[in-house]
Design a binder for this molecule. Structure first.
Ligand code: CO
Ligand code: ZN
Length: 335
């Protein structure tokens, strides 16, 4: 599974520009699905329903395949590139880092001298240097997009990448698809686009699929680092996948939470309960689709989300696959 994770995380596919990652995932999931389609927003929808029975539901599972990135706004006469953010990028995680444009060109991010060095600079102080000396010779143009450039790193139990959010969710969903054969449900495995700019892909996919039940698979923050931003965040790396109770954009359906907890306990899978005060996932868009859908989220605890070095625990990842397979393998009883 580590090979699959490495393949997925190293592909640059910022929000709205997911073609490359979509084609890689299409080739991996086509043999695992009964039908694979793409919709106008670029969502990849893989249906698996060979064993669907009358007790089964239509279930939408969503993992987003876009990542945060940058977009060129201006190039000066000396070839220095100014940019804006695509999704939740913060300036202090950019400085000294590198980016890769979709045409393969690499640039380094640096900054103008600060008036007050004690203050974190704003985006207008930052620029990208692509090693060119004029606007004419600059290999990118206004509107071009880039993703952060960092190699995948395997520390053994812990894995690091610039795009765990949410390629790790895509990897969990793909691994689970390999084991969905006996599912009584019609499963719509959606690899969604444009999550980082406002859950846009999942919004249209959920309308089209019109599910009876929906789960997102995405990352969540942890409270286990020195002086965490939220001292009361209970989630830690290495204590199992998290079952979302609420986040900044949704309250999970309590019946869905209870079903997930019961299933984990029955199968002896460690889990944590998640309350995330900021941020949200595709689950929000699915919950609010059409007349409303019972929805929840299976979260992979992740440190340093939206930095170029997002860290997960491989044990949590493997338990997330097991829990997802377990959840999809039996009739669902919401109570
Ligand atoms: Co994100
Ligand atoms: Zn995410």
């Amino acid at each position: 599974m580590k090979n699959l994770i490495q393949t997925l995380v190293e592909i640059p596919s910022p929000s709205g520009y997911e073609a490359q990652i979509r084609e890689v995932i299409r080739s991996v999931v086509t043999p695992l699905a009964d039908e694979v389609t793409t919709d106008p927003l670029g969502n990849l929808i893989a249906r698996k329903s060979a064993q669907a029975s009358p007790q089964g539901l239509k279930i939408m599972l969503s993992a987003h395949i876009d990542e945060i990135g940058l977009m060129v706004t201006h190039i000066d006469d000396n070839g220095f590139v100014r940019f804006t953010n695509l999704g939740g990028v913060r300036p202090h995680t950019c400085i000294g880092g590198r980016v890769r444009f979709l045409n393969g060109r690499i640039g380094v991010i640096s900054m103008e001298p600060l008036d007050d060095p004690a203050k974190v600079p704003t985006f207008d102080k930052l620029y990208i240097d692509l090693g060119c000396s004029s606007r004419q010779s600059c290999p990118v143009k206004v509107g071009d997009v880039a993703a952060f450039e960092r190699p995948f790193t395997d520390l053994g139990d812990r894995l690091i990448s610039k795009a765990m959010d949410d390629r790790i969710g895509a990897a969990v969903l793909i691994e689970a698809m390999r084991q969905f054969d006996a599912s009584p449900h019609q499963l719509y495995c959606v690899f969604s686009t444009q999550e980082e700019v406002g859950l846009r892909g999942a919004t249209t996919a959920a309308y089209a699929v019109n599910p009876d039940l929906a789960l997102a698979i995405d990352v969540t923050g942890t409270g286990d680092t020195p002086r965490p931003a939220n001292l009361r965040m209970e989630v830690s790396l290495g204590k199992g996948p998290a079952i979302k109770v609420r986040d900044g954009g949704m309250l999970s359906d309590p019946r869905v939470v209870n079903w997930m907890v019961r299933t984990a306990e029955k199968a002896n899978i460690p889990y944590q309960l998640e309350i995330l005060e900021g941020g949200t996932t595709d689950a929000r868009a699915m919950q609010l689709a059409r007349a409303g859908v019972p929805a929840g989220c299976l979260s992979i605890p992740t440190r340093y989300i939206h930095s170029p070095s997002e860290m997960v625990d491989f044990g949590d990842v493997q338990y997330a696959v097991r829990l997802l397979v377990e959840l999809m393998s039996h009739p669902v009883d919401l109570e």
